[in-house]
Every structure is written in C-alpha cells, then in structure tokens.
Design a protein around this ligand. Structure first.
Ligand code: UD1
Length: 337
C-alpha cells in the first residue's frame, strides 16, 4: 500500500515515514527541502532498513502535482505536512504563508477528492487559542487566529471540511497537535531548528549545550500554580504513531463521519518550570534559566482532553515527559548547528 507524505523530510513527517515503513507500507516522500535536509532520508533508511521513494518538489506547483499523481495513481492515502510553521515569520510575510500553506493544500485536495484518497491533515491546538475550559475537548469553540500561521491552520481545516461535504467519497481526519518534542530513540532523526529556536525544548537543549547563554522563561506571574505557562508536551514518536493509526482507521473505513477531528496530546498540563525540572531529572544536567517578560500573544494554558482519539481510534501516548526530554537531549548532542 503506497502512502504519500508531503513535507516528509520535516520534523514530524520524517518520524511518520519511519513508523509507516516499519508497518510495512510503501512510502512516497515529497519535500522541497526549503526547511529540511536531504540527510534525513539517510536517517529514515538507517532506522527502517528501507528506502522510501523521494521526490524533491513543491506541493504548490500544479504541473509537478499532476505528474506526481499520474506516476503514483495507486496512492492509497495522504498525510499532509508540507507547510510553513513560524508564527513570527507569518506575521511579516502573510502572503507567503497563505500561498504556500493554503495553495498547496488546495492543489492536493484537487487530486485527493477526485480520486477519493483519504487524507490526514496536520492541524494545531493553536485553533483553540486561550480555551475557556481545560482540558480542551475537540468541540471547544474555536478562536479567531492571532497570526497568519494560525489562520492557515483554521482555514485549512475548513477547506477540508467543505470538501468532505461536497465529495461524499472523500474522507479526512484533522489532527490538532499540542506541543511535539523529542526525537527518535536512535537519534538519527529529530528537529533541526532554523536559526534561533522559537520553541522551548530546542532552545533549552541548545542552552544546556552552551550554544545559547541562558533560557528565558517567558512570564512568571500567570495565574497558574507556579506562575509560568502550561502546555501539553507530546513525544514526536507518539505523535507519529497517532498519524499512522488514524490513517489505518480511515483505510479500514471505521470512521463514522467523512471529516473527523482529534486532539493529539498526552492530556497532562506541564508548566515551563516543571519541564525544566523534568529535563534536569532525566539528563542530570542543570539548565541555566532566568525569569523574563511574558511573550506577546502566548496562551496561558493549553492541554488536551485526549480521550476521543483513544476511544475511537485506540491511540494513546506511551512516552513520559522525561523520556521525551531525554530523547531531545540525545538528539541535541548529535547534531551540528
Ligand atoms: C508555538 C506557537 C504555536 C505553534 C507551536 C508549534 C507561538 C506564540 N506559538 O506554541 O502557534 O503551533 O509553537 O510547536 O509562537 N517558552 C519560554 N522560553 C522560550 C521559549 C518558550 O519560556 O525561550 C515558553 C512559552 O512561553 C510557552 C512554552 O515555553 O509557555 C512553550 O513555547 P513554544 O515551544 O514556543 O510553544 P507554544 O507557545 O505552545
């Protein structure tokens, strides 16, 4: 069975490729290498002993997409990651974000809907904004996006929902991820942050490695137990398995609705200070950090009610926070910046 992964050499896509190959699927990776590295392919091959098909191309190029779907007309499923993901960059370059994230999705949907190929879409808990209730359920009302990046996720979800209504044979799952962290246990694939990391864990591991002088903890007086923000950090391998199980569920036609939406998180809310302590416990390394001003636009607390995906699809996170942080550290020690 052939599965297409767009953005398959990126952080989450590469872990999904690995799990699919280990489950005996054939994998076609499409990636334009703009924010990823070709060496990731070697990592995937090392881990799985298998060679996925790789095509360097842009999902927003119509003729290349036509060629792709002609060449792989027997593609059984699509997992779509190819998108830009920097919140700050999206604010300064909104058109680039709308063009790439939504233009690429629309072209992909043209092919997926006409051939009724099931699709897994990479969405984000960013669509909830600051939720009124915690933990966050999938039926929580969505908030106005605070950045063009967030907007592309929200509009992307809507476009897919509309397609599922219009084309009765087309089915999709929207996965709303919480905060993916960590790397494969082999330390052969992981996250390559571009420039100075914006996300907490890569910034933290670079600080411990001595690349950054100190970790600034954004905000210390929030209305939380220790005053710092709360998130739901999920091991990227758990997240990858959630994709594969969701795809299998669609392929076996176990879905009750044409478009279903699931949170993918652990269900545990963890503060920034708790995460720092967990890292120190897991690795024995101390983290240089200092309290700092809040980061504008930060959500105070967001963590998943992950019971729906467990009940309907049978997926549940297996890794602890410490295991995820240890894997992030093993990866950090291996990579060259
Ligand atoms: C961020 C994005 C979100 C995106 C997600 C992808 C913003 C405002 N939000 O979410 O849209 O979907 O990444 O993973 O950029 N922190 C520090 N010091 C740091 C870095 C982060 O204290 O140097 C804190 C933050 O305030 C936050 C927590 O760590 O409380 C996690 O931050 P981060 O990893 O950037 O993720 P999100 O803010 O959840």
């Amino acid at each position: 069975m052939k599965i297409l992964i767009t953005g398959g050499l990126g952080y989450i896509g590469s872990h999904v490729a690995t799990v699919l190959l280990q489950n005996g699927m054939d994998v076609i990776i499409v990636d334009n290498l703009e924010n990823s590295r070709i060496q990731v392919l070697d990592g995937i091959q090392f881990i799985t002993g298998k060679t996925p098909v790789f095509r360097q191309m842009d999902v927003s190029d119509a003729s290349e997409m036509n060629q792709l779907f002609d060449d792989f007309s027997d593609c059984a499923g699509i997992i779509h990651f190819a998108a830009y993901k920097s919140v700050s960059e999206s604010v300064s370059e909104p058109l680039r974000y709308y063009d790439n994230n939504l233009g690429g999705l629309q072209l992909l949907l043209k092919h997926a809907t006409s051939k009724a190929i099931p699709l897994i879409f990479s969405s984000s808990c960013t669509v909830y904004g600051q939720s009124e209730t915690l933990p966050i359920r999938e039926d929580e009302p969505l908030k106005e996006a605070t950045s063009p990046y967030g907007s592309t996720k929200r509009i992307g979800e809507r476009i897919i929902e509309d397609c599922c209504k219009a084309y009765p044979k087309f089915n999709a799952i929207l996965l709303r991820y919480f905060n993916p962290i960590g790397a494969h246990s082999s330390a052969k694939i992981g996250e390559y942050p571009i420039g100075i990391p914006q996300n907490l864990v890569p910034f933290l591991t670079q600080t411990v490695r001595g690349i950054r002088p100190i970790l600034k903890v954004f905000g210390s007086k929030y209305d939380t137990a220790d005053g710092t923000c709360i998130r739901d950090y999920i091991h990227v391998v758990d997240l990858a398995e959630a994709h594969v199980e969701s795809l299998n569920y669609l392929l076996k036609k176990q879905n009750s609705e044409a478009c279903e939406v699931y949170n993918v998180g652990t269900g545990n809310g963890v503060s920034v200070l708790e995460l720092i302590r967990a890292f120190e416990n897991a690795t024995g390394k101390s983290v240089p950090y200092e309290p700092s001003d809040p980061r504008p636009g930060d959500t105070i607390a967001a963590y998943a009610d992950a019971s729906k995906i467990e009940q309907k699809i049978g997926w549940k996170a297996r890794y602890t926070l410490e295991e995820a942080l240890l894997s992030a550290w093993e990866w950090e020690k291996r990579i060259n910046h």
